[in-house]
Design a protein around this ligand. Sequence first.
Ligand SMILES: Cc1cc2nc3c(=O)[nH]c(=O)nc-3n(C[C@H](O)[C@H](O)[C@H](O)COP(=O)(O)O)c2cc1C
Length: 132
Amino acid sequence: MYRLVYMSTPKRPLSREDLDAMLAAATRNNNRNGITGILIQDHKRFLQYLEGNEDRVEETFARISLDKRHHAIFRLKSGVIVRRQFPGWSMASKTVDQSGSLTNVVRELVKACDRDVAEELLNFAAARDRAT
Ligand SMILES: Cc1cc2nc3c(=O)[nH]c(=O)nc-3n(C[C@H](O)[C@H](O)[C@H](O)COP(=O)(O)O)c2cc1C
């Protein structure tokens, strides 16, 4: 199992409709490619975690990287993990409200994850929270 975590910046705030359309395409493609994961957005950034077959994940990330809806795409981590962490989610999505913290949202999402993966995601979220 292979996972990739990145952060990016939306070019402009995505409307609910834009986000839903994007998630519909993501879910369809990810189902086909055996990819699962989470996508979280706060008021200024996306944090996405993708897992699956290495080639499929890298191919998906390459496609996502070309998407004009965001930029400043920064790979935080990629590599092998022991097993799939989000088996039920072709792409779980959460929005952090203005006053909320990314860390709190991530903490909820990683409850069933292995400790190393959970801590990694929490650390990225905490770094992001400190930067805002
Ligand atoms: C923040 C962000 C996250 C995305 N996540 C995924 C994803 O997990 N899987 C995916 O296939 N496409 C994702 N996309 C959309 C892709 O960039 C691309 O638009 C889509 O895969 C094209 O699919 P289509 O050819 O079926 O329309 C994401 C886009 C953005 C901006």
